[in-house]
Design a protein around this ligand. Sequence first.
Ligand SMILES: NC(=O)c1ccc[n+]([C@@H]2O[C@H](COP(=O)([O-])OP(=O)(O)OC[C@H]3O[C@@H](n4cnc5c(N)ncnc54)[C@H](O)[C@@H]3O)[C@@H](O)[C@H]2O)c1
Length: 307
Amino acid sequence: MKVSIIGGGGRVGSNAAFALQCAGLVSEIALIDANADLAAGEALDLLHGSAIAGDQKIYATDVKGAADSDLICITAGLRRKPDESRLDLINRNVSLYKGILDSIKTVNVRKDAIFLVVSNPVDVLTRLKIEYLNWPAKQVLGLGTVLDSTRFRSLIAKARGLAPTQVDAVILGEHGDTMTPIWSSATAAGMPLGKLLTPQQQTDIFSQTQKAGAEVIRMKGGAGYAVGLSIAEVIHAVLLDNRRILPVSTQMNGQYGIRKVCLSIPTVVGRSGAIATFEPELWPKELQGLAASARALDETWAKIAGK
Ligand SMILES: NC(=O)c1ccc[n+]([C@@H]2O[C@H](COP(=O)([O-])OP(=O)(O)OC[C@H]3O[C@@H](n4cnc5c(N)ncnc54)[C@H](O)[C@@H]3O)[C@@H](O)[C@H]2O)c1
């Protein structure tokens, strides 16, 4: 399977490439970046490790080199400033992003290619990808709340001294200010987390999760490792066609009464992209959270529509 990463010279793209290299499941990784030297440098650094990591082809190319990709991951874009909301980024990122989509239009990409959108605000850019390029909605996934959910699980584990991989909890909705923690189904090794954490601990952990992105940006300039692993998790679900249920962002078609906007609900991911979605029963405040995400994303869409 060939994966191309547009923005592959940047921090998120190169960390995703490294996560893919360490896992050794993808056969070909192509890095594409407006800064061609940077992409070439990252590709070279990764290539140097391939004798240890695995037999993968790793190289830098331009957008034409993405044509035969099974999956194209878009991480190109501007980063948030520490005090900037992801939605504020839209004004700065939308024209840059449309430029990338225009360049993809000129390339004969495979009809069955899956797109994974990572650039922020990811839910809005995922919808833009579908509507601007007229690409089948099922073949366009946004990273959505995959990163937020791994942060959430990892922080729950840290607070309670649990094994992170045994914590099963998810964040749904917008990858942004209205993201919604789903405590109703959160468990550790099958035990309800509501019984293991006090309400105050729950509030604190979710607050840390919500602020995690801004905190990492403030401390080290931008997120890298955890988002790289999150991207690899989605790409591997596509590659292995393993039908993992992930909170990727997809276009709603009436789920929870929501239409048109892209946001995260539990989604079965496989080689054809978003295979199916689930609508588990949620607590009223969780449903309100999802509705707030849909409203916020709709409002932003209205601001950029026609620009
Ligand atoms: N969805 C998520 O969970 C998540 C998490 C972290 C970061 N992000 C987003 O990912 C994006 C990238 O973040 P980063 O930290 O890697 O930034 P970065 O500045 O390190 O990298 C961005 C890269 O994009 C490249 N680029 C810019 N315009 C381009 C174009 N037209 N074509 C090709 N490449 C182009 C730049 O040269 C740069 O190398 C940002 O929008 C950020 O907000 C999303």
